[in-house]
Design a protein around this ligand. Structure first.
Ligand SMILES: [Zn+2]
Ligand SMILES: [Zn+2]
Length: 279
């Protein structure tokens, strides 16, 4: 028996692609003098009215089961391979440290937004220790990175300073590069960068949410001491609010919820609303 199969998908892609080819791919840096963490190529976002955060009373296990899983490819440069980082459980090499910090972030994201990042594989790349912008694209090009159904987000690490940046993001290709700061700040640093993947924007001075208790706020906040996981650090400095809050302003909470299942640019372009693919 003969079966007739009609394939319409390639046609849709052929039609859809040219429509999006004209999206400008600007790599300009916003507010370079303010940026300890410039966001590159930030796309315009789905912005809407605020919404109340609902109290979730589901058991945690159910929340994890029903959450959206976003698959992460971790990548370290050659200097990061020989770094180790202090944690309350001892010194960790890069893989374990990245995993551990991501788990702290996941516990918050899954409870607030029903989404988490799943460390899927670890690879290495070679950096020339160029400035932070070039280093991000060095990694992206070297790994031939493109967000796909197996690896949704690339989180890279560099073992040498990218001063003045700790993190740099190109949200249009779901790629992040981080140079870790210190244990008490690193979970917030990573959570902030992941926020950009969901199209959240930094709140610089002049932004209506600059003074909000929001992890995307760059407002300098003075801190004497900071306690985390049973330890206390002396900070005695102004640091961006990013490092001292895990809350989201109403706009960021709304935007993250709206974008949590369509964070992947390339698949989003082709398919419309991206849904998580089983691997
Ligand atoms: Zn940022
Ligand atoms: Zn915000």
């Amino acid at each position: 028996m003969k079966m007739k199969v009609t394939i319409t998908l390639p046609l849709i892609i052929l039609i859809a692609l040219p429509l999006f080819w004209s999206i400008p791919n600007s790599s300009s840096i916003e507010n370079p003098n303010l940026s300890w963490e410039p966001e590159l190529n930030s796309e315009s976002t789905l912005i809407g009215s605020s919404s109340e955060t609902q109290v979730n009373v589901e058991p945690l296990e159910t929340i994890w089961d029903n959450a959206i899983s976003i698959k992460v490819l971790f990548a370290a440069d050659e200097e990061e391979l020989s770094n180790s980082y202090w944690t309350p459980y001892g010194y960790y090499y890069w893989r374990l440290y990245a995993y551990d910090i991501l788990e702290k972030v996941n516990l918050r994201l899954v409870q607030k937004f029903g989404v988490y990042f799943n460390g899927w594989e670890y690879v290495t790349w070679h950096s020339d220790n160029s400035d932070y912008v070039n280093r991000l694209y060095e990694m992206v090009n070297e790994l031939g990175w493109r967000s796909n159904r197996v690896y949704n987000v690339l989180i890279g690490f560099t073992g040498t300073s990218m001063s003045p940046a700790y993190g740099v993001v190109d949200s249009s290709i779901s790629a992040i590069l981080i140079h870790w700061k210190v244990y008490w700040a690193d979970d917030n640093l990573l959570e902030h960068e992941l926020g950009h993947i969901f199209r959240l924007h930094d709140h610089y001075e002049g932004d209506p949410h600059y003074h909000d208790d929001c992890i995307m706020s760059k407002e300098p906040v003075w801190q004497d001491l900071w306690g985390e996981d049973g330890y206390i650090w002396g900070v005695f400095a102004y640091e961006p609010r990013v490092f001292f809050t895990t809350n989201y302003c109403s706009l960021c909470a709304y935007t993250l919820k709206a974008n949590k299942d369509r964070y992947m640019y390339w698949w989003y372009v082709i398919w419309g609303k991206y849904k998580v693919f089983p691997v």
